[in-house]
Write a protein that binds this ligand. Structure first.
Ligand code: GLA
Length: 320
């Protein structure tokens, strides 16, 4: 039995992929997952790196793969403070930047209309701990705080039938989750068309506490939106731990098994509001956590070994 078969009565199971991952692990991916996301290929800087240059090759390839294998494609992402090329903000006032933002939304919406079942319209706009709500960025400085609602309204015009998501990390943190909740609540009260919240779920063997995870899910669900777990991985290291090792210790493997098992128990419990759970990668080999927060420090945060063998963590979420 594969992941997507095991979870068919619960939620979709997704993975973030690149063109490279698809080439290398295509058979494994279509066997286990019924949803995919592009790790980088649909980001602004990938598809429209300069004013005159576009590059949709890899994104198109991944979209075609999704279509061919009858998978959902989570579009990721339209408006973000990272991986957006400088030209977008160059000599821009509010009007110019709004125009560029909306134009980009339409270009992406049109190109992937047939295959993207949802889009992360705005990514990571809420500030983590500071006293202000929104993260200061070129979007807030040049357009103003309403860039978020402008983005959602435009995306809905372009894609009336596609689910539109707000996606963020540290989404179980008590302070930040409250801010996300209040912000989205306010948008919804003003009829801003937002259909879902993406909980990135960059977790670790020590984080987050299960009661914080449950509380965050309940808080978001109370807004009447769909929930997607969008970028899950479970780091073997505490965020502050910068040590390196050749292989995880037995204890670390055991803790990862426990963590995956418990997180998925929570997800299954909330299956009525959680529509999809995506991992941020397929095998440990290409995880971004091999570069962050410690550069070229091997981590083992996913469900498959480098050579595609399922890990113990994999079995822990298949055993129920
Ligand atoms: C964020 C973004 C993703 C990706 C990850 C790290 O969470 O939403 O697109 O860049 O960071 O790889």
């Amino acid at each position: 039995m594969t992941l997507k078969e095991k979870y068919k009565d619960y939620f979709q199971i997704g993975a973030a992929v690149s063109g490279e991952t698809l080439k290398k692990h295509g058979a494994l991916i279509s066997a286990h997952f019924n949803s995919i996301t592009c790790t980088n290929s649909m980001k602004f800087s990938s598809v429209r790196p300069t004013v005159n240059k576009t590059n949709f090759n890899e994104a198109d390839e991944i979209a075609a793969y999704a279509k061919e294998h009858n998978m959902s494609l989570r579009g990721h992402t339209l408006v973000w403070h990272n991986q957006t090329p400088d030209w977008v903000f160059e000599s821009a006032n509010r009007e110019i930047l709004l125009h560029r933002m909306k134009e980009h939304i339409h270009i992406m919406a049109d190109r992937y209309r047939e295959v993207a079942t949802c889009w992360d319209v705005v990514n990571e706009a809420i500030d983590d701990k500071n006293n202000f709500i929104l993260r200061p960025s070129k979007w807030t400085t040049i357009i103003g705080e309403d860039f978020i609602e402008e983005a959602f309204r435009e995306a809905k015009k372009a894609l009336p039938k596609t689910d539109l998501f707000y996606n963020d990390y540290n989404e179980t943190d008590p302070i930040k989750s409250k801010k996300i909740y209040e912000y989205i609540k306010n948008l919804k009260q003003n009829d801003v068309p937002i259909d879902g919240i993406g909980m990135q779920a960059h977790y670790s063997i020590v984080h987050p506490a299960l009661d914080e995870l449950k509380r965050a899910i309940e808080l978001y669900a109370s807004l009447g939106v769909k929930i997607h777990i969008t970028e899950m991985d479970v780091s073997m290291f505490h965020f502050e731990d910068h040590s390196r090792m050749d292989a995880p210790t037995t204890e670390m493997v055991r803790e990862q098994v426990r963590a995956y098992k418990e997180f998925f128990e929570v997800f299954r419990y909330y299956k009525d509001v959680i529509e999809s759970v995506s991992l941020w990668g397929v095998t440990d080999e290409t995880s971004w956590l091999n570069y962050f927060p410690v550069f070229e420090r091997k981590n083992w945060p996913l469900l498959f070994h480098d050579d595609e063998r399922p890990k113990e963590a994999y079995y822990s979420i298949m055993d129920f």
